[in-house]
Design a protein around this ligand. Sequence first.
Ligand code: AMP
Ligand code: MG
Length: 421
Amino acid sequence: MMSGRAAVSRTTETATDRLLHPQEAREIIARFLYALPEEMVPLAAAPWRVLARDVVATEDHPPFPAATMDGYAVVAEDPSPWREIVGRQTAGSVAPIAVDLGTAAWITTGAPVPPGATAVVPVEATEIADDHVIVHEERIEPGANIRPIGVDLAKGTRVLAAGSLIGPAEIGLLAALGVDPVPVVHRPRVSILSTGNELVEPAQQPGPGQIRDSNRFSLIAAAEETGAEVVWSGRGPDEMDALRAALLARIADSDVVITSGGVSMGDLDLIKPLLGELAVVHFRRLFMKPGKPFNFATAGKTLIFGLPGNPVSALVGFEIFIRPALRTLQGMREIDRPLTRVRLVRAAYSSDRIEYQRAVVSIDEDGELVAATTGSQASSRLASLLGANALIVIPPGSEPIEAGARVDAVLIGPLQGPAGR
Ligand code: AMP
Ligand code: MG
């Protein structure tokens, strides 16, 4: 008979050690996610941040009827081709002129159309004779070459939604609307810790049995791509006290802590027991390849992701679980990568778990999406991620999936294909 205590601890072990389907794991992580608070930043610091509030146009754009061509502001309905030039209206000011039947004002692109004028005739369609302009257009459409008030943006319309990523178009609109400073969501503070006695700094020459730490740098790039702020990164040995101290310090000053290595079954895999000691562990293993050992824990509001050490496992785990988490913390509207169906160029070999194979997806001659894997899919072979723009999802099984079959693909980069223009 087992004692009561042993039975309880075994049940806990079983719950966190169960091989979780990736979707179930994502749902568990999602329960601990929230949006960080907003802060105000100067407009110039707002590119690639996430807007914290909806933005409504408080003014019409353009704020006045504006000429869209250089030419002459006229009364469209005026039957006479001859018009007396009454003045010049250039962009940036308002000239004290009005246009009536028989008159015209010289006008530049972007200038306010003078009162009375109902169209702008392009300069190419005119000819000057003394102080008159002769219009060579038989019929002038009322409103021609005039941008009416509010045609680009009407006052009161919602221009940008909270959660939008501020790219070139968004920031241009914020500038045009006079939104400065800009309410944005805080960037998640992320710490990244590589673990392993075998690791040395990239600038060092590895000694016997040593390798350079590459995960730290891959994970910094991956975290920064999401918009997160990496506030600390470092490396620790497979040594309890050192790792405990590093974890405690990082948990205290980070929204998210990401570790790599030390989550497998070996005696020196210490992240696993340390998370059990310092945090609440929600799961440890996934029904996926690469990256079966994957620890997710929380300590207060801090999320802790313990990635396996193999470079591909670490990055694929980041992609599927941590990237969406970091985007959710930033309040982004779009969290996930696009999922699509692709045709396999070559047969794919299934494993005993859901496998995310790295692939290049391109658009073929018929406009169809086709996928070719990037060579050996070993979880240590970081080169399998080079140039990969998709993770194709190979369901578990014993039979290979034939060339020509369709599978799901998570698009992680731009599509390749016949060059567009
Ligand atoms: P682990 O998850 O600690 O058992 O490590 C699995 C494999 O990944 C081992 O071959 C490690 O040497 C390798 N590895 C662990 N951490 C890193 C790292 N930061 N950079 C490159 N390789 C690593
Ligand atoms: Mg290790």
